[in-house]
Design a protein around this ligand. Structure first.
Ligand code: HCA
Ligand code: CU
Length: 405
């Protein structure tokens, strides 16, 4: 099965640097590279050394760290770029050229015959230096199929290590990706990489379909950061693969995702989105009474990802009008309170009524449970207004602090 033997090319330090909020210092790049290496990604891709003198130095520094991951850098299809890339000491060079009619017209002005010649020259040169080489076509899904196949077949014939398909503008659908990767798989014998942008929300599905169709490598970045709204997020791809079969991602240190997401979020000045795959604060939060009851009996009823596998904790939200008595009973047990089922049902009715009146918090629920357990139902039925007010505002804070520490 193709899915089992895949590699992640982690591009936070290349595509991610193209995110508008990113401006990594050398130390930050080193920290990210170490975290990615500890997580276990197979390859780390770095900004082209042509970008600036610091980019060149940083590529040298990271290549010299002795990481387990292969270090790659990215260049245009030019001998001088390739030379500079090799000078940094990287393990591989990812070469890119635009093949769509738009890029050919408005970017480099070359026709397909010229592109094939340039590709062969640059690939051959990099190989002659004993460095791995990948050749990719920018904006592959808006290029003529026969054009890109011609280039891929030409570089495959001279032994390129990998060819890459790039959905540069996030236009491809999962079915299109599956079909294009599948056709390419039948035409070349080298490895195949997929790089997908997320403009229309398909980046994870597209990366997954690429793997299923026979791609060997997919590009990701932490939190998906990149040009515009970015590319396939590392955590999202891991969630997708884990949901297909946890064994697919057992080679990675899954709890390391949390630190990666929070470190990169902080460095680029954003919050982890509340609904982020795995590390968002609501990713393992359950609310409705029916869900809470089933989750308490067997978490798999409403969870395809096991939070523990990622070092995350499940949170069952109970202070609201959708709550159910099983969840309230579970809370009473957590507090060490003994209450009969009939009483717990009565308390639940009361909580729902209170929640209809105003926003309530977990401490409201706890307060009610404690008072009823102490036999003071009458007082509990009418909590002091000041009591309610002080406790009400904390629910979101409690939820946030649970998952972001
Ligand atoms: C870009 C380049 C790229 C390259 C992808 C790749 C893209 O910034 O436009 O080398 O596989 O999306 O095409 O990121
Ligand atoms: Cu890109």
């Amino acid at each position: 099965m193709p899915l089992e033997n895949f590699h992640i090319i982690e591009s936070t330090l290349r595509e991610g640097e193209q995110f508008v909020g990113a401006s990594f210092t050398t130390d930050q790049k080193i920290e990210i590279a170490h975290l990615l290496d500890d997580f276990g990604v197979e390859c780390i891709e770095l900004t082209t050394p042509m970008a600036s003198p610091q980019s060149f130095e940083d590529a040298r520094t990271i290549s010299g760290l002795g990481l387990r991951a292969k270090i790659l850098t990215h260049t245009r299809c030019r001998i001088d770029d390739a030379q500079k890339a090799i000078d940094t000491g990287v393990d591989g060079v990812d070469v890119l050229i635009g093949t769509s009619s738009m890029l050919r017209r408005f970017s480099h002005g070359k026709d397909i015959d010229q592109i094939v010649d340039m590709a062969l020259t640059v690939v051959d040169y990099i190989q002659s230096q004993g460095v791995e080489v990948r050749f990719s076509t920018e904006d592959s899904f808006r290029s003529e199929l026969e054009d890109i196949f011609r280039v891929y077949e030409a570089v495959d014939a001279i032994g390129v290590n990998r060819v890459g398909i790039a959905d540069t503008v996030g236009v491809a659908t999962p079915r299109q990706v599956y079909e294009l990767v599948g056709s390419l798989r039948r035409r070349v014998s080298c490895d195949i990489e997929f790089h997908g942008h997320n403009d229309s929300g398909c980046a994870i599905a597209n990366a997954f379909e690429a793997l299923d169709a026979g791609a060997t490598h997919v590009d990701t970045s932490v939190l998906g950061i990149g040009e515009r709204n970015g590319i396939t997020p590392l955590g999202g791809l891991i969630a997708r693969l884990y949901a297909t079969g946890p064994a697919l991602v057992e080679k990675y240190d899954l709890p390391g995702l949390r630190r990666l997401d929070s470190t990169v979020a902080q460095m680029v000045g954003v919050d982890i989105p509340f609904n982020n795959y795995i590390t968002g604060i609501t990713a393992f939060t359950h609310k409705a009474g029916i869900h809470a009851k089933a989750i308490l009996n067997n978490p798999e009823t409403y969870e395809i990802l096991n939070p523990q596998a990622f070092g995350m904790t499940r949170y069952v939200s109970i202070a609201h009008r959708l709550t159910g008595w099983n969840a309230i009973k579970n809370r009473a047990e957590q507090l060490g309170l003994t209450l009969s089922d009939a009483t717990l049902k009565e308390i639940t009715v009361h909580i729902k009524a209170l929640a209809d009146e105003k926003r309530i918090s977990l401490s409201d629920v706890d307060g009610l449970l404690r008072r009823w357990a102490n036999g003071n139902a009458a007082q509990a039925a009418r909590p002091a207004v000041s009591d309610q007010l002080s406790a009400v505002s904390n629910q979101r804070t409690a939820l946030g602090s649970k998952n972001t520490k």
